[in-house]
Design a protein around this ligand. Structure first.
Ligand code: SAH
Ligand code: DHB
Ligand code: MG
Length: 211
């Protein structure tokens, strides 16, 4: 774990510029009492690059927190719609997005299962990073809003390997297994999952392309 942190620090120094808006967003989020569970800087850069590589214009995010991942996405997209349950998180995110000079983001408050159902605009790229138990339901809703070529990234699908531990049956793990079952069997989508190590320990993300 120390090694994972050291290497992430090395890679961050090697590849990323100091960024006052991103660092400010993390500082304001911590000061406001939000949990320190945003994507790492290197993961945020991956999201940013995936949006650019895929040529996505309209991005949907499920799970805003303080808007840290949102800033990475919004700098690559035309518009971002980001869904957040907790009004306090949404307030902090709006403040962080304004401080970052971003005016292309709409933060929608409420349970994402409900707010997703109200959306109608086609999504080019989706980042799903809220309550893990609902991941299969979130992907179903994103598929409804997708076109051929839409990219979906789902965060935290490995969780220290918990997904592969057959003795575990908590709602998050069950949701992840249901997600994999959906992705394996649904002809509308192709997917893979990559394990990751770094500042946030051992986890992974699932990358999908809608057909
Ligand atoms: N994407 C953020 C981190 C999100 S943390 C980043 O990397 O910077 C997960 C967020 O999902 C939390 O803010 C939590 O309040 C929110 N969340 C949890 N359940 C939710 C639900 N049912 N609907 C919408 N948001 C939810
Ligand atoms: C947690 C949530 C996340 O989205 C994440 O990337 C890491 C941890 C959590 O709820 O603990
Ligand atoms: Mg996450």
């Amino acid at each position: 774990m120390d090694l994972f942190v050291q290497v992430d620090e090395y890679l961050g120094d090697a590849l990323l510029e100091p960024d006052a808006a991103l660092e400010g967003a993390l500082e304001r989020s911590a000061a406001a009492g939000l949990p320190p569970i945003a994507v790492s800087a290197l993961q945020g850069k991956l999201l940013h690059l995936l949006v650019r590589i895929s040529g996505a214009h309209h991005v949907l995010e499920v799970g805003t927190l303080g808007g840290y991942s949102t800033i990475w996405l919004a700098r690559a997209a035309s518009t971002v719609t980001t869904l957040e349950l907790d009004p306090h998180h949404a307030d902090v995110a709006r403040e962080n997005l304004a401080a970052a000079g971003l005016s292309n983001v709409t933060v929608v408050e409420g349970p994402a299962l409900e707010t997703l159902a109200t959306l109608t605009e086609t999504v080019d790229f989706a980042f799903i990073d809220a309550d893990k138990a609902n991941n299969p339901r979130y992907v179903e809703q994103v598929l409804r809003l997708s076109r051929p070529g839409t990219v979906i990234v789902v965060d935290n699908t490995v969780r220290q390997g918990r997904v592969a531990d057959a003795t575990l049956t908590d709602a998050d793990v069950v949701g992840t297994r249901e997600l994999f079952e959906l992705l394996r069997s649904d002809p509308r989508v192709d997917a893979t999952t990559i394990q990751t190590v770094g500042l946030k320990g051992h986890d992974g993300f699932t990358l999908c392309r809608v057909s």
